[in-house]
Ligand binder design. Structure first.
Ligand SMILES: C[S@@+](CC[C@H](N)C(=O)[O-])C[C@H]1O[C@@H](n2cnc3c(N)ncnc32)[C@H](O)[C@@H]1O
Length: 203
């Protein structure tokens, strides 16, 4: 997946204009609450973009939040929005299929609308290796993708659609499906998109 594509996108659109924009990532927050992790939990938002999830996590009291994104423009935007509070966050500009993350480090992995861009099996394998490597045993993995009735493309790129069960199967038997949600996301342009959320617990 091209970094240039994402840098250009964030340079040409306001964060509130992108199709995946939500004022608050309500479903993600609902599932993060459902995990029961405490304020010291190490949380990584993979492909966090310019989303406000990090603002809401800080406001909830979480102290160890990392936002990773391939697009420097997205990270710049989120940092600027947070102002001084940005110093309380770890920012990683990286490709999740190439990054070297610390072993057994994170309590909670969150990804909304990134995994589904991985149409190449090798990229999916590398992503899953990163999850296996960096999420602690007993950790929580929350991933949202377009659902079976969702669009076939996003941002001009092909995506893979998943049902919660098929998404869990990608992760494998070490990841027990705990909870799933479906969302009728309405884009800033008024289009409806089906998202599914899959919350799994690593054994
Ligand atoms: C559809 S947006 C979703 C943003 C955010 N998660 C949200 O829900 O608002 C996908 C994000 O993933 C980032 N991204 C795409 N491919 C990536 C990769 N290989 N590694 C890390 N980030 C990536 C993009 O820059 C973009 O910010």
């Amino acid at each position: 997946m091209s970094k240039t594509h994402w840098d250009n996108l964030y340079a040409s659109k306001k964060p509130t204009e992108v199709s995946w924009h939500q004022t608050h990532l309500e479903k993600s927050l609902e599932l993060i609450r459902a995990t029961g992790v405490n304020e010291f939990a190490r949380i990584i938002d993979v492909g966090g973009g310019a989303s406000t999830l990090v603002d809401d996590l800080l406001a909830t009291g979480f102290r160890n939040v990392t936002v990773l994104d391939i697009a420097s423009a997205a990270i710049r935007n989120a940092r600027a929005r947070l102002g001084k509070r940005a110093d309380d966050v770890t920012w990683l500009e990286a490709d999740i299929t190439r990054v070297d993350l610390p072993a057994h480090h994170y309590d909670l992995w969150h990804d909304r609308a990134v995994f589904h861009f991985l149409t190449d099996a090798d990229d999916r394998r590398r992503y899953l290796e990163a999850v296996n490597h960096t999420v602690k045993s007993g950790g929580h993995v929350i991933v949202a993708t377009f659902g079976p009735h969702g669009p076939r493309q996003c941002s001009g790129l092909d995506i893979v659609r998943y049902a919660p069960e098929s998404l869990q199967r990608e992760f494998g038997a070490d990841y027990r499906l705990v909870q799933t949600l479906t969302e009728d996301h309405v884009t800033p342009a008024g289009k409806h998109q089906e998202f599914i959320y899959c919350y799994c617990r690593k054994s």
